[in-house]
Ligand binder design. Structure first.
Ligand SMILES: *Cc1c(COP(=O)(O)O)cnc(C)c1O
Length: 330
């Protein structure tokens, strides 16, 4: 299992901190809760995409790209981190964003513009549908274009989370702690596939629990199937002889509510509680929902007081500003 030959471009500062949230645990009368602070990766307000982009942009540079393109929601954290990575390396960046240009430019979209990238609005088209046509135009104009996969969730993106898992495990060891669950927001599958693979490689007994963020109504392949096949193809990429099956995947879809980006009581309460007990900002779309799920699992006894939970903070707080009218902070 040797993958040192795979190119990598440094973009963030690692390891990210691993901290204990004892005031939140006390407030919930629950188990010990730890947090892996990937909101502090150091690239343009941070997030889990920084890790994936180190391998993906490494690949783009190895292939001689001078221009990169990716797609996402208007408030995509992936697009914002991609825009920052491109700026830091002098690459031209194109983003295809869902829907129409909003009247108010805020949150991640504001940052995309500050990084000087070219924004294409997808209108009624599905995510990424317009990429081939834009790539063709750019290629005709003499650009060497590299397509960064949706959410950074390719084998290279997942590989970054095999590395992240190892990083976490060595921090855990030096803290002389143990975990029963690793809980995080799961949406394009790369984080979950990589953590599953890392967990298997290190023979760790943790439950890797993805909190599903998206109803997935527009996905062509069901999200659980996609994540499983990504875990398997990433294992192949690094020559690991593992085969994951359905029983290896823990994807909790109890908290999708009204769907992607629809902020309700669950997210509002989780954001307020985490901020007011720990001084830590979650985001309205991903980590607010995942923490809401964790809080509910503690309150309903699905996670017991004797458990040891690691919550992986995957970033996203810049979107708070764009969601201010959905956030009910009395
Ligand atoms: C992209 C993202 C996720 C989901 O990670 P995937 O690897 O796409 O499943 C979670 N949280 C935040 C803040 C994100 O931006």
């Amino acid at each position: 299992m040797d993958y040192n030959h795979i190119p990598r471009q440094s973009l963030g500062y690692f390891p990210t901190p691993l901290i204990e949230l004892s005031r939140l645990s006390n407030e919930l009368a629950g188990p010990k809760i730890f947090m892996k602070r990937d909101d502090n990766t150091g690239l343009a307000l941070g997030g889990n995409k920084t890790r994936k982009l180190e391998f993906i942009i490494g690949d783009a540079l190895a292939k001689g790209a001078d221009t990169i393109i990716t797609a996402g929601a208007a408030q995509s954290n992936h697009c914002r981190q991609t825009a920052a990575a491109a700026a830091s390396l002098g690459l031209e960046c194109h983003l295809v964003l869902g829907g129409e240009a909003p009247e108010q430019v805020s949150g991640n979209l504001l940052l995309d513009k500050i990084f000087g990238c070219h924004i294409h609005w997808a209108g009624s088209h599905r995510k990424g549908e317009d990429i081939p046509q834009i790539v063709e135009q750019l290629s005709k104009a003499g650009k060497n274009v590299y397509v960064v996969p949706y959410g950074g969730s390719s084998e290279l993106g997942a590989l970054a989370f095999v590395e992240a898992f190892k990083e976490l495990d060595s921090q855990r060891e030096s803290m002389d702690e143990t975990f029963t669950h690793i809980i995080f927001a799961s949406s394009s599958g790369g984080t979950q596939a990589g953590l599953m693979l890392g967990n298997r490689m290190l023979n760790s007994p943790y439950q890797i629990v993805g909190i599903n963020i998206d109803k997935g109504e527009t996905d062509t392949v069901p999200f659980d199937q996609y994540t499983l096949s990504l875990a398997n193809s990433t294992a192949k990429l690094i020559g690991a002889d593992y085969e994951f099956s359905e029983s290896d995947l823990i994807l909790n879809s109890d908290y999708v509510g009204d769907g992607y980006g629809v902020v309700g009581t669950l997210e509002n309460e989780a954001i307020a509680l985490t901020a007011q007990t720990e001084g830590i900002l979650l985001d309205p779309v991903y980590t607010g929902r995942a923490m809401g799920g964790l809080i509910d699992m503690i309150r309903t006894g699905k996670i017991k007081e004797t458990d040891r939970v690691l919550f992986w903070h995957t970033g996203g707080a810049p979107a708070l500003f764009a969601y201010s009218s959905d956030l009910d902070m009395a």
